[in-house]
Design a protein. Structure first.
Length: 277
């Protein structure tokens, strides 16, 4: 198998069915203040459209964006016209990126404004999943309750289907899952401190998205075993994982990542089935 068709899985108990890999779109909208090992050029509309088409052909249905990703949302709206039913769209609230700098606002008013703006930019009447883009002060954001309460209201109103938290600490991830639907956590070959969040999610049917699955490209610089295979064996070996976000704009890399993920997942499933688990 060289694609992800037939390998979609539930994202916790959100009701969303997601591909094991999701397409991250920071590189469609922003080339400042990013931490990738190599420079890149933001794709033009034709290149972006081809990338999205390839992702669909390969069985990817999850697309991850954010207001902090420059003009990513504004570009995705027109690029995804006529395809809304084909995509699970994830965006975020809390972080804004202007003039090369990030700033954060977790107030109720800004949260509502941000979601309404994303709906317009993405040209949709609902967003599948909205994540809070943490500044690292996870517990303070969640204990204030303004952002989560507002997202719960927007979910009740049908403007979003699920909500969660993209944090930076174990404590934040655990608290986020107690009240929310999903957490986005860093989990890769070099960073596994947030594994307790994955364990909690697996036990409580909560959603998990993995960010920095390939360490923002840095994992590919390591020698020895195939770093992409090793990364996916780690990630998809955990039962709590719903999907891992990969942000490549290189079609060859995207196809390779999909083929490797499919191979690892099918192999893992076969071993579990064979052992009677």
């Amino acid at each position: 198998m060289r694609n992800l068709h037939g390998l979609h899985r539930p994202l916790g108990s959100t009701g969303l069915q997601v591909s094991p890999l999701g397409l991250g779109t920071v590189k469609l909208g922003r080339d400042q203040g990013v931490k990738y090992p190599n420079c890149f050029t933001i794709p033009d509309d034709q290149q972006a459209r081809q990338l999205l088409s390839l992702a669909r052909q390969l069985g990817i249905n999850l697309i991850d964006t954010a207001p902090a990703y420059g003009i990513s949302e504004q570009r995705l709206g027109p690029l995804l016209r006529g395809q809304r039913q084909d995509w699970v769209i994830v965006t975020k609230v809390g972080e804004e990126f202007d003039n090369g700098l990030s700033h954060f606002d977790f107030s109720a008013a800004h949260t509502r404004h941000s979601v309404e703006r994303s709906l317009k930019r993405l040209e949709t009447d609902y967003i599948d999943l909205v994540m809070v883009h943490s500044n690292g002060d996870d517990l303070a954001i969640l204990r204030d309750e303004a952002v989560y309460d507002t997202l719960a209201e927007l979910k009740q109103a049908g403007l979003i289907r699920a909500f969660g938290f993209s944090g930076k600490t174990v404590e934040g991830g655990l608290l986020a899952l107690e009240r929310g639907d999903c957490a986005m956590v860093t989990y890769n070959l070099s960073e596994q401190q947030e594994r307790p969040v994955l364990d909690y999610a697996a036990l409580h049917a909560k959603g998990i998205l993995i960010k920095k699955a390939l360490a923002s490209g840095h994992v590919c610089l390591e020698s020895g075993v195939d770093p992409v295979r090793a990364s996916f064996e780690l990630i998809f070996g955990h039962p709590g994982v719903g999907s891992a976000i990969v942000g490549t704009i290189n079609p060859v890399h995207l196809a390779h990542n999909v083929a490797m993920a499919a191979e690892v997942i099918v192999g893992t499933n076969s071993r579990h089935n064979g052992s009677g688990e």
